[in-house]
Design a binder for this molecule. Structure first.
Ligand SMILES: NC(=O)c1ccc[n+]([C@@H]2O[C@H](COP(=O)([O-])OP(=O)(O)OC[C@H]3O[C@@H](n4cnc5c(N)ncnc54)[C@H](O)[C@@H]3O)[C@@H](O)[C@H]2O)c1
Length: 393
């Protein structure tokens, strides 16, 4: 069996090689693709083809994908968390250093000079660019995920005092964070104590305008805010007020909007935080591996709409189901299997929100019986996607 993959945007070829020889890359020529691999293409309003089973976003954020619609159609959406984390970390560390001393203003000024006495003019004018050092200053990191955790650790190594806030930190990431990073349970502590604050949380209804007038009111004078997560995390009217009163000394962001450009105390980058050659490659490789594993085994890693599901495939056939999360489904599935005299070797069922994913490993080599079972599942109104996976194919 060969799977068809439709790619959007320019996906790194080395990453696509991760798919192996059971995949065909069809680009926009794909007639009925099994999977999409996408970078920034906006898929809102896009009609998903009937056969589509998976979408992998080569990157962390998934705002460009209509997750609810995909879930309701039984499409598993993946991202590649952490694949561009090092790139963003380096951009944030650069931003902290750029804010401590006005390197950008200094080079712009020196380029205005001319004449034989440039060295003299430099010595006379350089005082205006004397800055501060970051060693000993306090950095508050909001969101200790793939990016935030790396920044927290490296900022410690640069001599900063680091506070971290993340009520939902994963166990895996928590282990990677230096014991010198002080975890706080109250976001207010970050706002009150930090000289620099960097934010690395996803944008959702609870994080939108996390930086509002109330947040700014708690900060020290001259605080630097660094936002490489999403522009909407910061209320712009409240930010401009905080700059006017000197509370915010510098705002560095990767998300430009008209009101932010050419403003004093604001530095805007053109969404380049995650854009390095290495990150692009890492994201494509991770997306390729994820799609391959899902299509060949039904296992799920790094999905944003279904739980992680890992189970080695050791039976001749596996059926995977995406079903509505309603009572009695597992019993119903088991009954259907036993009615066809098929033995279940293993069943794994996990839910996330309104939907659940089931891996059903069947001790049965008769393809006809497996197909009959799959058809029975397809006719169930609560089951939205059924796949047969043959272990030898
Ligand atoms: N500028 C860029 O180019 C670029 C590149 C990659 C990611 N990003 C953005 O950065 C964000 C973070 O990326 P990541 O790879 O670190 O993601 P991640 O999922 O590894 O980490 C996000 C962390 O935020 C925490 N969190 C969620 N809600 C929170 C809240 N209300 N308060 C505190 N913590 C909260 C989570 O527990 C998690 O640990 C992404 O959502 C994306 O929007 C931007």
């Amino acid at each position: 069996m060969v799977f068809s993959v439709r790619t959007f945007n320019n996906i790194n070829q080395i990453g696509l090689k991760e798919l192996g020889n059971k995949f065909q890359i069809d680009g926009d020529q794909a007639v009925n693709p099994d999977a999409f691999i996408v970078r920034s293409e906006n898929l809102h309003g896009f009609a998903f083809p009937e056969n589509l089973k998976a979408i992998a976003r080569a990157g962390a954020g998934t705002n460009n994908i209509p997750i609810e619609e995909a879930t309701a159609q039984g499409i598993v959406v993946f991202n590649t968390p952490g694949a561009n984390a090092n790139a963003v970390k380096e951009a944030v560390l650069a931003s902290i250093l750029l804010s401590a001393r006005d390197y950008i203003g200094a080079t712009a000024w020196v380029n205005t000079l001319s004449g034989d006495d440039v060295p003299k003019q430099v010595e006379a004018g350089k005082k205006q660019f004397a800055g501060t050092e970051i060693t000993g200053k306090t950095l508050g990191v909001i969101g200790l995920g793939a990016i935030g955790a790396r920044i927290a650790n490296d900022a410690r190594r640069l001599g900063m005092n680091v506070l971290g806030y993340d009520p939902y930190v994963s166990v895996e990431t928590a282990w990677s964070i230096s014991s010198h990073v002080k975890r706080v349970d109250d976001l207010k502590e970050i706002f009150r104590q930090s000289d620099y604050i960097t934010v690395h949380v996803p944008l959702n209804d609870s994080t939108r305008e996390l930086f509002d007038a109330q947040a700014f009111s708690m900060m020290k004078k001259g605080t630097t805010i660094i936002n490489f997560a999403r522009g909407e995390l910061v209320s712009h009217p409240a930010l401009f007020d905080a700059i006017a009163t000197g509370v915010v000394g510098h705002y560095v962001t990767d998300f430009g909007t008209d009101d932010l450009l050419n403003q004093p105390h604001i530095t805007v980058f053109p969404h380049v935080g995650g854009s390095t050659e290495e990150a692009e490659l890492n994201c494509a490789v991770a997306a390729g591996k994820t799609i391959r594993r899902f299509m060949e085994t039904g296992e799920i890693t790094n999905s944003v709409n279904f739980p992680n599901m890992h189970q080695a495939l050791s039976t001749p056939f596996r059926i995977t189901l995406i079903n509505k999360n309603v009572p009695n489904m597992v019993a119903k599935i088991s009954t259907a299997v036993s009615q066809l005299n098929i033995n279940i070797d293993n069943i794994l069922n996990r839910s996330k929100g309104d939907y659940a994913y089931t891996i059903l490993d069947l001790d049965e080599a008769d393809r006809e019986k497996i197909t009959a079972l799959a058809q029975q599942f397809e006719s169930d109104e609560n089951i939205v996607k059924v796949r047969i996976i043959e272990s030898r194919k």
